[in-house]
Write a protein that binds this ligand. Structure first.
Ligand SMILES: Cc1cc2nc3c(=O)[nH]c(=O)nc-3n(C[C@H](O)[C@H](O)[C@H](O)COP(=O)(O)OP(=O)(O)OC[C@H]3O[C@@H](n4cnc5c(N)ncnc54)[C@H](O)[C@@H]3O)c2cc1C
Length: 265
């Protein structure tokens, strides 16, 4: 187990976030010890806005045995989803194609029920192991209250591993479907971001609303509404959380949009 003071900006895809004590755990025993004081769990940091003041709780990151995977058995929650999507395609196993391009860890993808219009994480699950109240419990997906980009994990629950529901399919078919998903993602900014910043209001697109208001390119410090996609706030280099929040505030002054990201603390 490694415990170190870090800046969370180095652990989030937006590249923003202040100090925290990072607990990198590699075994189930270490996880038990790490959770003996208040904690948060970090996945790949791709849906987080961490404030500049940092977070007071321990931040737990899953490594070691939590990154081991067997596509036909247990998959560690610390495994990167993009890696799994590619590996499944290579093995001729279908079920993850719709998740192509989502830069999550498996645990974070379960917690957020990450997905696209081509499919979501919950569809690909057979069982989920969650650590809570000092023990490891296995749940069926129906027990975890999955909905649109959300789940209902037990309080303090940490997803530790999952079993996937994948079907054997010809590789060409899987690759064709992945190419389709990839085409639909074209136009997403390549700069540092945390994915879509705002929730889509029912039947509407937040990105289109932002574009129609002429807000693309709006900038505070190094935080900017992407010119390519109205619903992406990108970090041009040295953005701070306060810049991002001010940009969010300016958008919300014009439009009644709800933030999609989780804000820490
Ligand atoms: C370029 C880009 C494109 C994106 N595209 C999409 C998309 O198409 N569809 C989509 O749904 N999302 C998308 N996202 C958002 C993001 O990838 C998802 O929300 C993803 O599920 C977050 O996973 P993560 O591992 O990064 O979690 P984090 O951002 O690290 O954490 C998110 C939440 O999950 C919790 N968490 C993390 N790991 C665990 C665990 N093991 N157990 C319990 N809780 C845990 C955290 O505590 C936090 O509450 C995109 C993001 C980026 C940057």
């Amino acid at each position: 187990m490694k415990v170190e003071r870090v800046l969370l900006k180095d652990y989030t895809t937006l590249g923003v976030g202040g100090p925290a004590e990072l607990w990198t755990v590699e075994t189930r025993e270490e996880l038990k010890r790490a959770t003996e004081a208040p904690y948060r769990v970090l996945g790949n940091g791709s849906n987080l806005l961490v404030l500049d003041e940092g977070v007071p709780e321990r931040v737990i990151r899953l490594a070691g045995e939590f990154q081991a995977y067997d596509l036909k058995g247990w998959v560690g929650a610390g495994t990167l989803l993009p890696l799994l999507v590619q590996e499944a395609a290579r093995a001729g196993l279908s079920g993850l194609e719709g998740l192509l391009g989502i830069p999550a860890q498996v645990g974070g993808a379960v917690k957020m029920n990450a997905g696209t219009r081509f499919g979501e994480m919950a569809d690909a699950l057979e069982a989920v192991e969650v650590f809570h109240d000092g023990a490891f419990h296995v749940y069926r997906p129906e027990e975890l209250g999955f909905g649109y980009r959300k789940s209902r994990l037990p309080p303090g629950g940490i997803v530790t591993r999952v079993r996937l529901k994948l079907k054997e399919r010809p590789k060409e078919e899987i690759l064709r479907r992945m190419a389709e998903v990839d085409r639909a993602r074209k136009g997403q900014p390549k700069r540092k971001s945390a994915g879509c910043a705002f929730k889509n209001p029912p039947g509407q697109s937040a990105g289109r609303l932002i574009d129609e208001r002429g807000l693309k390119g709006l900038r505070v410090g190094d935080a900017m509404i992407s010119l390519e996609h109205g619903n992406f706030i990108v970090n041009l280099g040295q953005a701070r959380a306060k810049d991002v929040l001010e940009l969010v505030r300016r958008v919300q002054e014009e439009l009644p949009l709800e933030l999609e990201w989780e804000v820490w603390p």
